[in-house]
Ligand binder design. Sequence first.
Ligand code: ZN
Length: 277
Amino acid sequence: MRDLSRHNRFLSINTATLRRERPPAEVVPAQDAAGIPGIGPGREQIQAIGIKGAARLIGDHGLTVSGVSRAGVFTAQGRSGLRQVVDDNRRAVDEAAGIGARCLVLIGGGLIPGSRDLADARKLFAEGLSALLPHARAANLPLAIEPLHPMYAADRACINTLAQANDLCDALGAGVGVVVDVYHTWWDPNLEREIARAGKRILAFHLSDWLVPTTDLLLDRGMMGDGVIDLPLIRSWMEAAGYRGPHEVEIFSERNWWKRDPDEVLATCVARHQTAC
Ligand code: ZN
């Protein structure tokens, strides 16, 4: 097991950076070999080998789980389907807790199917979150609300700003925190203020870059340093707010990084984390 006390602000890789469908038995050893102490697996990767299998594999390689992606999406089946979605989220809590994750990442879900009422979608997200919270508290597993860029408000995520996420934390209390993802939040004129406001509630920090031009709304994220986000500035705000946790690289890149050799991608993440962040 690595001594993480010497690696505050340590690097973690969200496994989607190497394509989600790559099997955990490949990804975990590759990250270990690259000297990367953290991992952010997707739920499907835990499910592929079971909670115990995933815990063993990750533990054998001494990796820390920076977070599990992703759950939430409480709007997906409307109000009548909320109970079912919350049940699935409880399973996600068990999966994340079972592999010792630092948090479970929640995204909003888009508009309720058939509706144009964005305010109602946001209300339903809050209802789902408060229904899930007792189970997460019992499992001692923090829920991390990740606001996504407003371009996803219709189909993916009705929680779009750190202010919204902070408001939900204020309303719900212990057991809920936030994710700051530079890709989703860099444009926000209130970002510095809201990071300071989040303070100890910041559970995760996600890194990538915003390419100009961006050719795909979902699958064209850039490697740190290849885009226009002032990463050192945002990092300085995070540290001023007291955040000392993992830096998780999360890059969905169909036209570039997903086509490359995983070892090259990991080596590039390590290098750019040092030079561009
Ligand atoms: Zn993220």
